[in-house]
Design a protein around this ligand. Structure first.
Ligand code: 26Q
Length: 793
């Protein structure tokens, strides 16, 4: 496509789809017109992919996820279609900067964090690989809340991405399913029949997901809830017009809003309804598709794979058994075996408080037949493993992890360490019963969004050296290594980083009126706020460093800006305290005339995918400092490494594998290992001991406890100091001293820019393994037994 053709298509849509002429069009109109013009280019490959999937009778992969953190879609589509330069020239002609048009798009935050973003990367990779696949989720009317700060404290506001027309989706009024809740189970001729009392309609909305070079497109199908009937006719006829519309509001509540907790699930009825709602609709949809092609249900495991993204869709096990058995007449044991052949489960956390459990009472009220089936699943499992069994139902609760494990033919962890810990801890007994079921699939990220799209300067350099093959085959980045010492390479690498940093500096100035020095080290920690992620360890180190600089203001300090971003779950009081502390520390440090040229702290509000795309390419140092054993994998860590930001981190999650790939000498390791953490906790007074042994830590904690960062409100942050000085479950104090040591090593290397850039470039060159294309190939081979439908090239 030429830029003239694209321009004409944009002008066509502006006029005929948006009803605007060029003279009166605002940025929104141009963005919509460009989106529709680009969407037109996706439609043919999308249809071709659908046809090829049917024609080739390929196995289909269905990725079931409560969250798809897709962010903006326009730039990604343009990049994957190879239309970036074309769009650039088209808008040059129109006389509007393309970046303004692209940044008009709202960031679709249909997820909390890592798990949701992983789903988005996986769907993109499956399209880039040409695998017939579909993502199934919920079309939340409101995604993750918007965050702002008032007096340093987090304020939440509703997110409203659907206020504007969603340019990428196609409404499917014909793809609807009736989803029932409650009611009773009766038996007829030995067959159970569930007769739900309430119900609503799940309606599909499809978003095409285009792969690299536009060779294939899959569908992200999101379900929206609507009432079976808009009005209660009895009430309507008896004259209570307003009350008659109540069922409508109630039904729509189901897809109204994303739950904002990413670790502590609350046993809320609405959440269970959401889970069943989207899972049941997705299964019915996949089975309808299967029925159009095959008539033998025993073929199901050969043709269909359902991947459960954590336990949130784990009700898929009992629901599929119910359909096969109650509706399709399969014997219960065959139904269980067939369902298991289709299902696999990915675990994303070992934190005990994050493992989903539902009270049998609640589940029985909403899904009476499913509770019965779970009992039968347990019974069948006990029969299969008579010696010693593990059940999903226990003490009046349904344990969703156990249920998903028992109903999956494979269960995977998301990093090597996490998978090992799964075998040793939460799933120890089940692993002994089924030693072949747990497999590892280390996470990955899509290089199209996280390198090519987000970091055009670095990408340009890489393509100059290697050609563009690396985009589809990221391990080709290894080919950079021999060039690192070539004349000019490191300079160009450093220049790209420096330019990304000045872009960030300009943006921070414009949006937050803060002055940052692009020559300072940009030390970045961006992720959800959680005690196990230890943002408080990071800020304690900043406080200690500030105190040290004040002691010796003429010292040879390496200038740093510590940048934070992340949201706290609205009900997570301690995480919100940490945000407040960081903001208060920032206010004091940034106003200090003596130290602020060496050390600044910035907490950027409303961290989201779009902000990550801006920050990561401009980062020097990646903070991955969770308590060992707690972060299942991390995926931000991979994005930083790929973009040439070395890690300071613990041996946790995928950090372990990143360090193996980039080399120990290019990774700033600190802290206890997972077994050391467990051992350390056995000492009742580990925090007190650590504080007694490190005067820097003691002094920093005193400052937090006192009124240094809480002018006029002394003791405001004492809760944090007290928590850390006493139980300190996440062993912040015990890791502090080694963290400080590693940070000073960072300072020393950064001061030698040649050495630093060498290290940074090696991080890029050696991180190609962390592509989500590699992850997807692993799932295809080890879990799904499926493959690409594209001809080999
Ligand atoms: C469950 C029930 C009720 C309400 C909320 C939830 C809920 C929602 C989201 C529970 C967990 C999540 C999200 C978890 C998550 O994002 N985990 C992260 O997954 C990443 C991808 O595998 C890993 O890289 C991270 O280490 C892990 O923390």
């Amino acid at each position: 496509m030429t830029s003239v053709e694209l321009r004409d298509s944009i002008l066509h849509h502006l006029k005929y789809s948006l009803g605007k002429d060029a003279e009166h069009a605002v940025t929104y109109d141009w963005r919509m017109a460009l989106s529709l013009a680009v969407r037109d280019r996706i439609t043919d490959p999308w249809f071709d992919a659908t046809r090829a999937s049917y024609a080739g009778q390929h196995k289909r992969v269905y990725y079931l996820s409560m969250e798809f953190l897709i962010g903006r879609l326009l730039q990604d589509a343009i990049v994957n279609l190879g239309l970036l330069e074309t769009a650039q020239s088209a808008f040059d002609e129109i006389g509007l900067p393309l970046v303004d048009v692209l940044s008009n798009e709202p960031d679709a935050a249909l997820g909390n964090g890592g798990l949701g973003r992983l789903a988005a990367c996986f769907i993109e990779s499956l399209s880039s690989l040409g695998v017939p696949a579909m993502g199934y989720g919920i079309r939340y009317e409101h995604g993750l809340f918007k965050q702002s700060f008032q007096d340093g404290k987090q304020i939440e506001a509703p997110e409203d991405w659907l206020q504007q027309t969603h340019a990428w989706e196609f409404e499917r009024p014909e793809s609807t399913y009736h989803i029932g809740f409650g009611g009773t189970v009766t038996e007829k001729n030995g067959r159970s029949i569930w007769e739900p009392e309430d119900g609503l309609i799940a309606q599909a909305f499809d978003t095409p997901v285009i792969g690299w070079k536009g060779n294939w497109a899959n569908t992200l199908r999101l379900w929206s809830a609507r009432p079976t009937q808009i009005f209660d006719l009895d009430q309507f006829n008896s004259g209570d017009y307003i009350a008659a519309s109540a069922p409508e509001t109630l039904a729509r509540t189901i897809s109204r809003v994303l739950y904002p907790d990413d670790t502590t699930p609350q046993g809320k009825e609405l959440r269970l309804k959401q889970e069943f709602f989207f899972t049941a609709a997705s299964l019915r949809d996949a089975l309808r598709r299967f029925d159009t092609e095959y008539d033998d249900l025993r073929m199901l495991p050969k043709k269909v794979a359902f991947q459960l993204n954590d336990t949130h869709p784990a009700i898929a096990g009992p629901e599929l058994v119910r359909i096969l058995c109650d509706e399709r007449g399969m014997k219960m044991e065959d139904a269980i075996t067939t369902a298991r052949g289709c299902l696999a489960y990915t675990n994303h956390t070992l934190l005990p408080e994050a493992l989903e459990r539902w009270s049998v009472d609640l589940m029985g009220r909403l899904l009476p037949r499913h509770v019965q089936i779970i009992e039968q699943i347990d019974a069948a499992h006990a029969k299969e493993k008579p010696k010693r069994t593990v059940t999903a139902l226990e003490n009046g609760e349904v344990k969703m992890g156990e249920l998903a494990f028992i109903m999956g033919h494979k269960v995977n962890g998301v990093s090597a360490l996490h998978t090992d810990l799964m075998k040793q801890t939460v799933f120890k007994d089940l692993h002994e019963l089924h030693p072949d079921r747990i497999v590892n699939q280390t996470n990955g990220v899509t290089p199209r969004r996280w390198v090519l799209g987000a970091n055009p300067r670095l990408s340009g350099l890489i393509t100059d050296v290697l050609g563009d093959g690396w985009v589809a085959d990221l391990e080709q980045l290894k080919g950079l290594e021999p060039h690192i010492d070539d004349a000019g390479f490191l300079d160009r690498f450093a220049a790209a980083k420096r330019a990304n940093k000045t872009d960030l500096v300009d943006w921070v100035k414009e949006t937050h009126d803060l002055d940052l020095d692009p020559d300072a080290m940009f030390d970045v920690q961006i992720k959800r706020m959680h005690e196990y992620k230890r943002q408080h360890l990071n800020i304690l180190e900043a406080i200690a460093l500030w105190q040290e600089i004040r002691d010796n203001p003429t010292g040879n300090w390496t200038p740093r800006v510590k940048i934070f971003g992340g949201k706290a779950a609205p009900g997570y009081v301690f995480a919100k305290e940490i945000i407040h502390l960081i903001n208060d520390v920032a206010a004091v440090l940034n106003a200090d005339p003596v130290t602020s040229k060496y050390l600044k702290v910035v907490f950027l509000p409303n961290y989201n995918v779009t902000m990550a795309e801006r920050l990561i390419p401009a980062s020097d140092l990646s903070e991955q400092i969770s308590t060992a054993g707690k972060e299942a994998s991390g995926t931000g860590n991979m994005k930083f490494a790929l973009n040439g930001a070395p890690t300071i981190g613990t041996l946790d999650g995928a950090n372990v594998e990143i360090r193996e790939h980039v080399g120990a000498e290019n990774f700033f390791l600190f802290g206890m290992t997972a077994p050391e953490v467990d051992e350390r906790r056995l000492l009742g007074d580990h925090a007190a001991q650590a504080i007694a042994a490190d005067p820097r830590l003691a002094r920093a904690l005193d400052a937090v406890r006192g009124d240094v960062f809480s002018t006029g409100d002394a003791g405001r942050h004492a809760v944090i100091a007290d928590n850390l000085s006493t139980h300190d479950y996440f062993v912040v104090c015990s890791d502090f001293t080694d963290y400080w040591r590693a940070q000073r090593e960072v300072d020393a290397v950064y001061a030698d820019q040649n050495k630093w850039m060498h290290m940074a470039a090696l991080n890029t060159a050696r991180s190609g393994w962390f592509s989500s294309d590699r992850s997807m190939r692993g799932y295809l081979a080890d879990i799904w037994n499926a493959g690409s439908a594209l001809p080999e090239k």
